[in-house]
Design a binder for this molecule. Structure first.
Ligand code: ATP
Ligand code: MN
Ligand code: MN
Length: 301
């Protein structure tokens, strides 16, 4: 089945054949965290990360000299990552065909870490059929003055509006400033229909409560509002994936939470790469069982 599945049982400690060089290099200065620490985090959490990360086109945020130096967003590569990082040819808007990256296992994750990767971002569709999204993301981007309370309220309201349309959704702490409301889909509709739905949904919210929301990308229209970034939901867009580390202060990670947990969490950077044991325990525990899994399709609106 195409729906991501949680592994029934987690291996005690995953192993990888990939050799990590410069393990002592500090890549989170100020947090005293090294490339080795990041590799250990991704190795430990691979069993809970791979159900989301594997088999979809990805982009990487690479920071070879650490997060405080130059980082770059990488979409394509012709082969410099080695045998554990796979390629899928995808047609671009202009008709050209580019090799996108995807991973299948823990070695793929660590091969990317070895190449200076900190963040993994995924398409909302699988390599098996890139034209049909298996996940929508409403990326809530608050204006600078707003607090996390406003973001949480917005996420909860969006959840209710989606539920009215028959869609179940889950919150993901972005590890940055916001929350992503994640809507799994059984891949049936194609990207234009998904984008159209998300745009109409977001614009309707912004029209109903213009003092709280905007669906307009322009920074100027964000003043005191939350931008509902529906543009994550177009062919070729990416969003950060669950359990991915962010190249930000504190080495936060994008973390799945439940709606009821979200009410008591006071920061989208609540979890960090120091929390691998807690994240593993949570992911296999009762509260997060079924997180992000639903057999549902785009509503007919
Ligand atoms: P935050 O909560 O701080 O907004 P975020 O991950 O949602 O964190 P955004 O800036 O809102 O960050 O970006 C949303 C998504 O857009 C990212 O997760 C990423 O997948 C994609 N993205 C970000 N920067 C780039 C970039 N330079 N090129 C292409 N896609 C990007
Ligand atoms: Mn965002
Ligand atoms: Mn955004």
């Amino acid at each position: 089945d195409v729906v991501a599945e949680r592994p029934a049982k987690l291996p005690e400690s995953p192993v990888s054949a990939v050799k990590i060089s410069s393990r002592e290099r500090v890549i989170f200065p100020g947090d005293d965290l090294t490339k080795g620490d990041l590799a250990d985090y991704y190795l430990a959490t691979a069993p809970i990360t791979l159900p989301w990360l594997a088999n979809r086109p990805i982009s990487l945020v690479r920071c070879p000299q650490g997060r405080a130096r130059q980082c770059f967003f990488q979409k394509h590569d012709a082969g410099s990552f080695g045998e554990h990082v796979h390629h899928v040819d995808i047609r671009e808007k202009d008709g050209s065909v580019e090799p996108y990256l995807y991973l299948g296992d823990v070695d793929g994750i660590l091969a990317c870490v070895q190449m200076g990767t900190i963040e993994f971002h995924g398409w909302g569709s699988l390599v098996a059929d890139v034209e049909k999204p298996d996940r929508l993301v409403f990326d809530l981007d608050p204006d600078e003055g707003l607090g996390f309370e406003d973001v949480k309220k917005a996420a909860a309201d969006i959840k209710e509006h989606l539920a009215e349309l028959g869609l179940t959704s889950w919150p993901l702490l972005s590890g940055g400033k916001g929350v992503h409301v994640v809507v799994p889909l059984t891949p049936e509709a194609e990207w234009p229909a998904a984008k159209s739905f998300c745009e109409r949904f977001s614009r309707a919210l912004a029209e109903a409560e213009p003092e709280r929301f905007t669906a307009n990308l322009k920074k100027a229209s964000r003043k005191g509002r939350i931008f509902i970034d529906y543009l994550r939901n177009q062919r070729g867009s990416t969003a950060v994936l669950p359990y991915v580390a962010r190249a930000r202060e504190g080495a936060p990670v994008a973390a799945p939470v439940t709606w009821s947990e979200l009410r008591d969490i006071d920061s989208p950077r609540h979890f960090s790469i120091r929390d691998s044991a807690e994240l593993l325990a949570r992911a296999t525990g009762r509260a997060l069982r079924g997180w992000g899994l639903a057999d549902q399709v785009l509503p007919d609106v």
